[in-house]
Design a protein around this ligand. Structure first.
Ligand code: AMP
Length: 218
C-alpha cells in the first residue's frame, strides 16, 4: 500500500534503478512506478519494442541486444532524451549503463536517488534462465517463482510463453561480464545518491525495502 501522503512526497522524484541483469530492476521498477504514479522508462523494453516493430532503429540495434552486448551510446541517447527531458517524475531501468550515458543524462536532468539492487551472479543466472515472457501481452513469468497456471501458457491470453533470446545461459554470462565492465563503475559515480538494497531476496521482501529506500530522506 502507498498512501496519498507518500505519493505526494515522491511524485517529483527522478530515480534510477541500478543493478546487474536479473537483479529485479524491471520487476520492482514497474511495480513501484505504478504505485507512486511515476513514469516507468525501461530501456530494454523500449529496444525490444523497436525490434518487434521492425523500425529502422530496431534493425540497427537487434544484433547487439540478441548477443547481450551494449547498443552504442548515440543510439541510446537518441531514445532517452525526449523521455526524460521536462519529465519531473520517473524511474529509469537499464539506463544509464555506461559512464558516458550517465554524464549525458546529468546534462539533461538532475537525478534524486539511485537505488542499487545488489545481486549475486548465481542467483541471476538461475532467475534469468527460468524467465519466460508472453509474446502477446508481454506479461513476465518465472518458472520457479511465479509460473503460469498451465504449463508454459500465458494466464491472461493463453499464448505459448517464450524465452528471451538473451536469457540463454551463455548470453546471460556475457551480459554479466558487460555489466561488470561497463556499468558497475556507475556505483562510484553516483556515490552519495546511491542506496543499496539486497536484491537476492524474494520479490515481496525486496519490494518493501526498495519502497522504504524511495521514501527515505536524503
Ligand atoms: P535489459 O532488458 O535491461 O536487460 O536490456 C536488454 C539489452 O538491451 C541489453 O543487453 C543491451 O543489449 C540493450 N540495452 C538496454 N539498455 C541499454 C543501454 N542503456 N545501453 C546500451 N544497451 C542497452
Amino acid at each position: 500500500m502507498v498512501t496519498e501522503d507518500e505519493r505526494r512526497k515522491t511524485k517529483d522524484k527522478r530515480l534510477i534503478f541500478l543493478g546487474s541483469p536479473g537483479s529485479g530492476k524491471g520487476t520492482q521498477g514497474a511495480r513501484l512506478a505504478e504505485k507512486f504514479g511515476l513514469d516507468f522508462i525501461g530501456m530494454g523494453d523500449i529496444l525490444r519494442e523497436e525490434i518487434k516493430r521492425g523500425s529502422g532503429l530496431g534493425k540497427r540495434v537487434s544484433k547487439y541486444v540478441e548477443e547481450g552486448v551494449l547498443v552504442p551510446d548515440e543510439l541510446i541517447l537518441e531514445l532517452i532524451r525526449g523521455r526524460v527531458e521536462h519529465n519531473s517524475g520517473f524511474i529509469l531501468d537499464g539506463f544509464p549503463r555506461t559512464l558516458a550515458q550517465a554524464r549525458e543524462l546529468g546534462k539533461i536532468v538532475e537525478i534524486d536517488k539511485v537505488i542499487y539492487l545488489r545481486c549475486r551472479a548465481e542467483v541471476v543466472v538461475k532467475r534469468l534462465s527460468a524467465r519466460r515472457v508472453c509474446p502477446g501481452c508481454a506479461r513476465v513469468y518465472n518458472l520457479l517463482t511465479s509460473p503460469p497456471r498451465e504449463d508454459e501458457l500465458c494466464d491472461e491470453c493463453g499464448a505459448p510463453l517464450e524465452q528471451r533470446e538473451d536469457d540463454r545461459e551463455d548470453v546471460i554470462r556475457e551480459r554479466l561480464r558487460v555489466y561488470e565492465e561497463e556499468t558497475s563503475p556507475l556505483l562510484k559515480f553516483y556515490g552519495a545518491k546511491l542506496i543499496e538494497v539486497d536484491g537476492d531476496s524474494r520479490i515481496e521482501v525486496v519490494y518493501s525495502q526498495v519502497k522504504e529506500a524511495i521514501l527515505s530522506d536524503g
